[in-house]
Design a protein around this ligand. Structure first.
Ligand code: CO
Length: 245
């Protein structure tokens, strides 16, 4: 079967009639192997159902996660997987460089739903070493539209410029990852949603973690989670003694 036939069979509504010879059908692009994803999905569904025949029925009726994860979009940091949680156990928001921007309605809406409706007890901001966003900012690299988003991270680099300049250049990226997490913890804690929850006595802890791509391990950056308004995040390991990636 040639590519055109494959495309016509699978995507009649989207394939241009008599499409030009240069038209590339993504579904038949060999490296994407999308069929494999559906096969994987069926196997995954089967595995979970074998473990608990009621799993999907129960999950479809309600979700009751206790955690909200705010992490980077990086494909190497899959939230549920690295902490061993099943579907239904963690509410997740991800964006480039795990930023919590005060006016980002997307992120704020996730936080609001998680806190007010799901009543999660933990908000985890998780950065990761080897973050492309952090690297781009440190190198002052122009990366198109996303540079505007990363401008928030560039502000953090400037805020901590003296601390960063005191470090060997190899350590700066890891340090900026950590500074970024702590800043985003601060932003979560300053949001009206979280402050209101605390004022109402709702138990809610904000955590700052960092993940290493090299060994798959998480590190808690804060001495204690933030649980009240006005609390200042205290970093568990001072920058000068922080372990290597
Ligand atoms: Co990243």
């Amino acid at each position: 079967m040639d590519r055109t036939q494959t495309c016509n069979a699978r995507l009649p509504a989207h394939h241009p009639p008599g499409g030009s010879p240069s038209y590339i059908c993504l579904l038949s692009f060999p490296s994407l192997k999308l069929e494999q994803l559906f096969e994987n999905n069926r196997a995954w569904s089967r595995r979970l159902t074998e473990r608990d025949p009621e799993f999907f029925r129960k999950l479809s009726q309600q979700q009751a996660p206790k955690h909200l994860w705010i992490g980077c979009s990086d494909s190497r940091v899959p939230a549920n997987e690295i902490v061993g949680l099943d579907p239904g156990e963690m509410f997740v928001h991800r964006n480039v460089a795990n930023l919590v921007v005060h006016t980002d309605l997307n992120c704020l809406s996730v936080i609001q739903y998680a806190v007010e409706v799901l009543r999660v007890e933990h908000i985890i901001v998780c950065g990761h070493y080897g973050c492309g966003g952090v690297q781009a900012v440190l190198e002052n690299r122009e990366v198109g539209l996303v540079s505007n988003w990363l401008r928030h991270l560039a502000d953090i680099r400037e805020k901590f410029s003296s601390e960063l300049e005191a470090l060997a250049s190899d350590d700066r990226a890891r340090a900026l990852c950590r500074f970024n997490v702590v800043e985003q913890v601060r932003h979560v804690s300053q949001s009206t949603i979280v402050r209101t929850a605390w004022e109402q006595g709702q138990p809610l802890a904000v955590h700052g973690w960092v993940y290493s791509l090299k060994d798959g391990l998480l590190q808690d950056l804060l001495e204690t989670p933030i649980t009240t308004a006005g609390e200042v995040p205290v970093v568990r390991v001072p920058e000068s003694r922080a372990p290597a990636e």
